[in-house]
Write a protein that binds this ligand. Sequence first.
Ligand SMILES: [Zn+2]
Length: 307
Amino acid sequence: MKRGIVLGIIVVLGCLPLVVSGFQGPSPAALAATKIEKVKDNLYVISGSGVADQNAFSGGNTAVFVTDSGVVVVDTKLPGWGPTLLERIKTVTNKPVTTIINTHTHGDHTGSNEFFGTTVDSVVHENTKANMARMDEFKGDKAKFLPKRTYKDKLTIGKGKDEIDLYYFGPGHTGGDSFVVFPAVRTMHVGDMFAWKALPYIDTGNGGSAVAQASTLAKAAASVKDVDTIIPGHIPVTTWNDFKEYADFSQDFVTFARNQMKAGKTIDQAASEYKVPVRFKGYVVTVNTQFASAQTNLKAAYDELKR
Ligand SMILES: [Zn+2]
């Protein structure tokens, strides 16, 4: 076996394990699963896909916001998805893509930034730019594809019906997760701060925090006003109440970790006792044990609580 040829390019992602063998562009299943759907006036989502079918995994949910001066894209899926994104966008507007926002650093949310070139405006939280600068996709010659603009706590782009507000409320999934609000249409893209109805993947290598994840969500839920619709990182568009419920679910887990640690339980003992409380309907412990599990998340929480 010629291992190099067989394996081709191996891409290891932040949010789901994905091994791409000799990447030749999106599979038919992935293309079919990646639809553009209207969320509100001038706001669309191009679905991410595929926890059930990894061959159909294109990356996170992409928001498409059509403003007077051009199209703003939030999150660009995996590498190789640029042409599909553009094709889907062209079914709803003739305007050019002028701005890219990435909710965070992971390759299934930033992978096709390069496709949109260096002339588009691009904005991320300052910690995310630092994280992106360590990725092969943005090193050396490709540093020119790094985001042009960063912010620290809040940044407003555009005004009136075209306004977009970016908020940073602290670490969680990574150390640089943005909450992207479209006030005129009462909608917020929350990236992987709410990716699935399950324990979160805490990317400590990129500044994520298992303990702060809950307080960051609580801060977002308390600070952002007049939003009724949520674009999560991976699951379908949902409601503000679902987002608040996810903040509660996250807080419940941190409280569980703290209590177990206080009671002198080992991580193994605590993990074996963890169950999703019945009030969180439709929730599971994890959608992918490689990235999150009671064990993994308790270890991350214990490590932080011990400090
Ligand atoms: Zn992620």
